[in-house]
Design a protein around this ligand. Structure first.
Ligand code: CTP
Length: 404
């Protein structure tokens, strides 16, 4: 939610209850928001933060609104900074309840919500679906898109606006791969790699937000991004099958997955035991999916590869681009601080088939994803950019991409 509002130009100050910090750390919110989180009524930089926050706000969004917060707000209790801010503000309040079905249906909660509604609070009704602990029912936090639409509506009624969402990928089918494949040795062991899938998942999520129909073939254990059709795979062979089955109808293919290059020739049906001695595991190459996509590429299709390197990154990335026939290769040196496997951030260089390059400095993986998708739209619009002599080369549309 916070990211979506920031992406659309909102200045967001997160106010966290003590309970909220048990779910997501304050550091995460601070990193994503426009200002550090506020949690304390006393002891902070300003003596009366609630009146300042209340006056500054164009809108207050309570997400997720728990039964306790709703009850305190309805009763006019200012137990903490959030409660005090809610009473101190004259800005419209958008309430997004989330709780178990039994709690949501409890007469006390019903009455409290009705009281708040009668006072002009905007309520974004919860959805039905999976709840904490695996239960299914009404009470699940509304889809973020619905909440953002409600916030935009409330602001518009007051003559304020957040930016329209960027929908430059509307009408396109984007196929993305993510994560590291696992090649089984026996029923308990496999050969794997360090890819977390974060970068590929970020590409899929941002592409969907920008209007594309996205299919994500994921070998990662991360949850599927919202609004994306996700196909889970484990091995390189499964990934290849899932990708090649769907690539014919894709306008863009982004191969962010770390696909195993080799797999055991034979997978033991039973566990290999120590007593039988050191096993000899013979390996055979897997299909290079990116190279196959390069061979099968249809007119107008944009094919993007990734290259995670540990030295001579640009040279190796360039060689891969040429060998595999990609339009763009996203190179990162995984030995650089803040880049590569498992990190929330990445630093990459985009290599174009024409020889042009664009450096994207260390940034959250969603920002890197946006820069990759900017490059894809520029290639679709104007072809691959001509390399410029002043190294840090720019191609069409890239100022915008690097800044986003
Ligand atoms: N790739 C692929 N199929 C494979 C191996 C890699 O499609 N069997 C893709 C990756 O998804 C990535 C690109 O090729 O987009 C580069 O992968 P990388 O592992 O860096 O390159 P390799 O060709 O495997 O070369 P090397 O391992 O020697 O660096």
């Amino acid at each position: 939610m916070l990211r979506r509002l920031v992406d659309r130009g909102a200045h967001v100050v997160p106010v966290l209850t003590e309970a909220a910090t048990h779910f997501v750390g304050a550091a995460t919110f601070s990193a994503l928001a426009s200002e550090p989180v506020e949690t304390e009524l006393f002891g902070g930089a300003t003596p009366i933060p609630h009146t300042r926050l209340g006056r500054q706000a164009d809108v207050v969004v309570l997400v997720p609104a728990t039964a306790r917060v709703i009850g305190e707000y309805a009763a006019g209790i200012s137990a903490d900074l959030l409660g005090a801010t809610l009473l101190a503000t004259r800005a419209p309040v958008v309430l997004c309840p989330a709780m178990h079905t039994e709690m949501w249906e409890h007469p006390a909660v019903r009455d409290n919500v009705a009281i708040l509604r009668s006072r002009g609070v905007h309520v974004v009704e919860p959805d039905s679906g999976r709840l904490a602990g695996g239960d299914v029912g009404e009470g699940r936090l509304a889809d973020p898109a619905r909440i953002v639409a409600a916030v935009a509506g409330v602001l518009a009624a007051r003559g304020r606006a957040i930016r329209e969402p960027l929908l430059d990928l509307a009408g396109l089918v984007v196929l993305v791969t993510a994560g590291g494949t696992r090649e089984p040795i026996d029923p308990v062991r496999y050969i794997a790699n360090r890819s977390s899938g974060r970068q590929g998942h970020a590409v899929a999520e941002v592409a969907a937000q920008r209007g594309a129909t996205v299919v994500l073939v994921s070998a990662s254990e991360l949850p599927p991004p919202p609004g994306v059709t996700t196909v889970h795979v484990e091995t390189a062979a499964e990934l290849a099958e899932a990708v090649l089955e769907r690539s014919g109808s894709a306008d863009v293919v982004v191969m962010a997955a770390a696909v195993a290059d080799f797999r055991p020739v034979a997978v033991s049906a039973t566990k290999i035991h120590k007593r039988d001695g050191v096993p000899e595991i013979r390996l055979e190459p897997t299909l290079d999916v990116l190279a196959e996509l390069g061979r099968r590429r249809q007119p107008g299709q944009v094919v993007v590869g990734f290259a995670a390197e540990t030295g001579e990154a640009l040279e190796r990335g360039r060689a891969k681009l040429v060998a595999k026939g990609a339009d763009l290769v996203v190179v990162n040196d995984v030995t650089m601080p803040g880049a590569g496997f498992g990190h929330e951030t990445n630093a990459v260089t985009l290599l174009y088939a024409s020889g042009a390059t664009l450096e994207v400095p260390c940034a959250p993986k969603r920002t890197i994803a946006a820069a990759v998708l900017d490059a894809v739209t520029a290639i679709r619009r104007e072809g691959t950019p001509v390399p410029s002599p002043d190294a840090g080369a720019r191609g069409p549309g890239h100022d915008e991409g690097a800044a986003r």
